[in-house]
Design a protein around this ligand. Structure first.
Ligand SMILES: [Zn+2]
Length: 252
């Protein structure tokens, strides 16, 4: 069982300060603190259906094959909600951590781009990015930031073919190579943070387990206990936006 804390103690701070290789996995919880609605799991802003359809159907590989325009309408709606959203203190602290450690890897299950908006440079996006499109004809990817969309579906900059959101939909595999890089980072880490995610969704759920097997300390940051708590060395109970900046405080 993990040690449960509600703030960063001196002992935890010294573990952090001495770490050489740090890997972080973030999930919907850190974005929820910025007001990004979650589509699965707890929270008041939970959305399960849109226009009478379950979100699992709207974000599915099946629907992109039959009705990409409807998938884009759904994503256009979600992008519209994100235009007024800002990264929070948790995102900003992680961008600072990246500058502090020689070996630092940020892995996220979020597609909202808030880590980059906060200044993180290297982000392994397991589920893609909502502001990127991928051509259905030639597979090239490109930034597509206009909200609302000017054209549905957006057209590929290279071949003018129709494009889809460059995100991982239900029923699809993770993008090539991204998970492998995340797993290498987990295996190298001596400190592994799981932030704002119950990490129950495989394969991401395997990352803290890989880190643990290779001898890393696991630190969980979440407002409540999760399925990860039983392998975590420390569970920091609370908001990422309040807890993560505490590691950066000067101590006298
Ligand atoms: Zn193309």
């Amino acid at each position: 069982m993990s040690t449960v804390l509600t703030h960063v103690t001196d002992e935890l701070q010294s573990i952090f300060d001495r770490a050489r290789s740090v890997a972080v996995l973030t999930g919907a919880g850190i974005s929820a603190e910025s007001g990004v609605p979650t589509f699965r799991g707890g929270g008041d802003s939970e959305i399960w259906t849109w226009r009478g359809r379950p979100v699992t159907e709207l974000s599915s590989a099946e629907l992109i094959a039959t009705d990409p325009q409807l998938v884009w309408e759904w994503f256009d709606y979600r992008r519209g909600m994100l235009t007024s959203v800002e990264p929070n203190a948790g995102h900003r602290a992680l961008a600072e951590w990246e500058r502090r450690f020689e070996d630092f890897t940020l892995v996220t299950q979020n597609i909202d781009d808030l880590h980059r908006a906060a200044g993180s440079l290297n982000v392994l996006e397991l589920h893609g990015n909502i502001w990127r499109a991928r051509c259905l004809r030639c597979a090239s990817t490109f930034e597509a930031r206009e909200s609302p969309l000017e054209e549905n579906p957006p057209r590929c900059l290279a071949c003018n073919g129709p494009a889809r959101p460059d995100v991982v939909l239900f029923g699809e595999l993770l993008p090539d190579g991204v998970f492998e890089r995340a797993e290498e980072a987990a295996a190298r880490a001596d400190l592994f943070f799981v932030i704002g995610t119950s990490a129950v969704v495989y394969p991401a759920a395997g990352l803290p387990i890989t880190a643990k097997r290779r001898g890393a300390r696991i630190i969980e940051v979440n407002p409540e206990m999760t399925d990860i708590s039983f392998i975590a060395d420390v569970t920091l109970l609370g908001k990422a936006g309040e807890l993560l900046p505490q590691f950066l405080k000067e101590r006298g």
